[in-house]
Design a protein around this ligand. Structure first.
Ligand code: RFL
Ligand code: PHB
Length: 392
């Protein structure tokens, strides 16, 4: 039988950062992850870090490689109707920006930092279940290294993503949930080619959405809107490139550079919130509690925001015995979560082709894009949301 103060399920950015922040305050935790270390370190996901995320990671000793290899960006470009509109963060926000740094790089930095301090992360666990989250004797049962194990803990942090077991441990009739699925998905490719632009390019065209993003001076990341029912086999490399050229090359003298496709996959789009982020001694954080469509680049940033609150609340609990911050945990997170939900829904609605949309809805979308181009306050609002709000 194992014992720890905080049992953490999931070694994504949320679970690993929580473990790191707790260790800095002398609080013991064990992280249980059902994938291998190699798998989580190479899983291609988010790329945009808000200023607040960068600040937090830097303050807690995780900024070294991030500052060396991360790419600071001062704006994004939006293309539609063969026009280009730049959202200039320097001009439109109070000096904030974003940093392009792959989520798997954050995960690598976190794992290295934890292991350097003898932090406990168990990879390749299976059959994880939470026993009695509502009692004082909460424990996590799991299978690891050919044996059944029990982890007794004071609290459990469910950081196991949207498909994890933590949220399902809360009885369905106790969960307050909101869900919306979108009638499209993103096909993402990682490419061995230098970026074709200095900043991210979001495009809305007659055939749908496309995004040109990047990971480094030699690697790009591109996305194209597709049908959620499409299989990846339906998208040959030629079809992907043709779609990206058509949707992105809509302004004079701009060409998208092709390269070897290193990875490709389809991601469904959904908005989801489970407001019941606490159930007894179980606390949900990150994608386990909420999902946003990736158009606003908010998912990982919201996971980090949750952990900023959760770590502070656990630290107060173990230093002073007070549960006050644990009690306000969900309410504090949800202010940011719903702002992120709204912005991600807004960006998604603005930039995609909705299969069933009427000519009326299409005109509304064009009117909104045109308003963004003409109006500094409208652009300022987008910029303010994109770079993110402070974690206060
Ligand atoms: P994660 O990263 O999903 O980590 C959960 C971990 O839990 C493990 N797990 C289990 N472990 C033990 N037992 C079980 N039963 C388990 N079930 C699952 C999983 O293996 C995994 O290691 O959740 P976390 O930590 O909450 O982090 C959230 C972020 O990963 C997510 O929000 C972002 O990737 C979303 N996202 C983006 N976010 C941004 O902030 N900026 C972006 O630019 C951005 N772009 C994106 C994105 C997500 C995308 N996809 C693929 C969903 C672009 C895409 C295409
Ligand atoms: C990415 O680079 O993966 C990325 C960038 C912006 C988004 C989503 C994903 O909105």
């Amino acid at each position: 039988m194992l014992h720890t103060q905080i049992g953490i399920i999931g070694a994504g950015p949320a679970g690993l950062l929580l473990s790191h922040l707790l260790a800095r305050a002398g609080i013991d935790s064990i992280v249980l992850e059902n994938r291998s270390r190699g798998y989580v370190e190479n899983r291609v996901r988010a790329g945009v870090l808000e200023q607040g995320t960068v600040n937090l990671l830097s303050e807690v000793g995780l900024g070294e490689r991030l500052h060396k290899e991360g790419m600071a960006h001062h704006g994004i470009e939006i293309r539609f109707n063969k026009k280009s509109h730049r959202i200039d963060f320097d001009e439109l926000t109070d000096g904030k920006g974003i940093t392009i740094y792959g989520q798997q790089e954050v995960v690598k930095d976190l794992i290295a930092a934890r292991l350097k301090q003898d932090g406990k992360i168990l990879f390749d666990v299976s059959n994880v279940s939470i026993d009695d989250p509502n009692s004082d004797a909460v424990k996590i049962k799991f299978h690891h290294a050919d044996s059944e194990q029990e982890l007794h803990c004071d609290y459990v942090a469910g950081c196991d993503g949207f498909h994890g077991v933590s949220r399902e441990s809360i009885p369905g009739d106790e969960r307050v949930e909101f869900n919306r699925e979108y009638p499209f998905a993103w096909l993402g490719i990682l490419v061995a080619a230098p970026p074709s632009a200095d900043e991210l390019v979001y495009a809305n065209g007659p055939d749908g959405f496309a995004l040109h993003s990047m990971r480094s001076p030699s690697i790009t990341r591109n996305y194209i809107q597709c049908d959620p029912e499409d299989s990846i086999e339906a998208w040959s490399d030629d079809r992907i490139w043709q779609g990206l050229h058509d949707r992105l090359e809509t302004v004079a003298d701009w060409k998208l550079q092709e390269g070897e496709i290193l990875e490709k996959g389809i991601t469904p789009m959904r908005s989801y919130v489970c407001e019941t982020m606490r159930y007894g001694r179980l606390f949900l954080a990150g994608d386990a509690a909420h999902i946003v469509p990736p158009t606003g680049a908010k998912g990982m940033n919201l996971a980090i925001s949750d952990i900023s609150y959760l770590s502070t609340a656990f630290i107060e609990r173990f230093k002073t015995g007070s549960e006050k911050l644990l009690e306000s945990y969900a309410a504090n997170c949800l202010r940011h979560v719903w702002r992120g939900e709204h912005f991600s829904w807004y960006m998604t609605s603005l930039l995609h082709k909705f299969p069933q949309s009427s000519p009326f809805q299409e005109r509304l979308q064009s009117a909104e894009l045109e308003y963004l181009r003409q109006s500094t306050p409208a652009s300022r609002s987008l910029a303010e949301n994109y770079v993110g709000f402070n974690f206060d």
